[in-house]
Design a protein around this ligand. Structure first.
Ligand SMILES: *Cc1c(COP(=O)(O)O)cnc(C)c1O
Length: 396
């Protein structure tokens, strides 16, 4: 039996979400732009889905744009705010050094167009402070984009405080909340969030569908031109089965969010305590201000890729960080951002669990990690040098 501990990369589909999609393949397959009954039924479904999602985020229906996922929502939010800024002669953006690549690479593209981006340093605990945002604000700042929760180390940012500062200064505030939606309680009004990205496959919905919340009054720029779908801001025939699956999965996740978070966090803390018994390892990110399902460690004298392969052999699916960086030889930009030295950042492990994990499975994870770390260290020349004092430990 495989123990799946890579929910930050993607999640299994919920049975309810799958069932909710089926009618839109079988009978209600019409194009919502068609005037006949099959099309109109599909259109009603989208109206209903938008209403249900708006109720969860606490916004208006017209403030939601369905996208192909988190990456598209991030791109459209950032590019739109940049265009609004540029029309007002404001071309400064504030972000952080540990955003997802969907944000970082969009910002890099804007830098090539002449935008000036401040990347806030992340404290060793994996959190940036609202004070840092306040101090970085300039008269020409047009956008602050800070992720809600980090996908590698799970740390949760002070979003409400940052939102308050941005609202006070009249600067657009976007948050990539892909890791947070369905896992943490979010209220875009109370938290003064102007734009928020989410993605269904991170909360047991289907892949290839997400949404962007945009506060009314903020003019979106198109990434995709064409038909009048999504109020003309995102052309293309709507992916109705995926939209229905997404909303169903989201409702399911928020219905039991608090109790699920509590249960998952207890399992998380149990695994963290177990792994912490391994010598010369360190937990990445604040132990408390973190996602209920995130466990992230660095191990001295270990190479992350071998760790993953051996864990996989023992039936544990884990990750070294984000799915995008694994497989490349560069250490994670997130771990470097919190100050881990290169050789330590290479020995990283991310386990992202959910409520379906049993206590027995959590014990199996601890045993497998302990065993694999010890096996790899016994084979490692670096570890031998650390043992005989030719090299000194970075992690005490
Ligand atoms: C997964 C993820 C994304 C990308 O979402 P997709 O739907 O896969 O495009 C963006 N940001 C964060 C924080 C993520 O975890």
């Amino acid at each position: 039996m495989v123990i799946y501990a890579d929910n930050a990369a993607t999640t299994a589909m919920s049975a309810k979400a799958k069932a909710a999609m089926q009618p839109y393949f079988d009978t209600i397959y019409g194009n919502p732009s068609s005037l006949h009954s099959v099309g109109q039924k599909a259109k009603e479904a989208i109206v209903d889905a938008r209403r249900r999602m708006a109720a969860i985020l606490n916004c208006e229906e017209k403030e939601i744009i369905f996208t192909s996922g988190g990456s598209e929502a991030d791109n459209q939010a950032i590019v739109s705010a940049a265009r609004i800024g540029s029309r007002a002669g404001k071309k400064h953006i504030i972000s952080t050094a540990f955003e997802h690549h969907a944000v970082l690479h969009t910002l890099e593209a804007l830098e090539k167009e002449g935008y000036d981006v401040t990347y806030l340093d992340v404290h060793e605990d994996g959190i940036i402070s609202a004070k840092q945002v306040r101090e970085a604000l300039r008269d020409d700042t047009c956008l602050v984009t800070v992720m809600y929760a980090n996908n590698e180390i799970g740390t949760v940012q002070p979003i409400s405080e940052i939102g308050e500062i941005c609202r006070e200064k009249g600067v657009i505030f976007h948050s990539d909340a892909v890791q947070a939606v369905g896992h943490l309680n979010i209220d875009v009004q109370a938290q003064h969030i102007d734009m928020l990205s989410l993605s269904a496959h991170k909360f047991h919905g289907p892949k290839g569908i997400g949404a962007l919340y945009v506060r009314k009054g903020i003019r979106l720029s198109n990434l995709i031109y064409g038909g009048a779908q999504e109020r003309g801001k995102r052309a293309g025939t709507e992916n109705i089965p995926a939209i229905m699956g997404m909303v169903t999965a989201l409702e399911e996740a928020v219905a039991t969010l608090d109790e699920d978070a509590k249960k998952t966090a207890a399992l998380r803390d149990r695994i963290i305590s177990g792994i912490e018994k391994i010598p010369h390892c360190v937990l990445n990110g604040d132990p408390v201000q973190r996602l209920p399902g995130n466990i992230s460690f660095c191990f001295e004298g270990i190479e992350g890729e071998s760790l993953l392969l051996l864990l996989d052999d023992r039936g544990v699916c884990a990750s070294s960080g984000s799915a995008c960086t694994s497989g490349s030889l560069d250490p994670s930009h997130v771990l470097l951002a919190i100050g881990r030295p290169h050789e330590i950042a290479h020995g990283s492990l991310r386990l992202s669990i959910d409520k379906s994990l049993s206590e027995e499975e959590s014990e199996k994870i601890i045993a497998a990690v302990t065993e694999v770390v010890s096996t790899l260290r016994n084979m490692s020349p670096v570890w031998r040098d650390l043992q005989n004092g030719k090299r000194s430990f970075v992690i005490e």
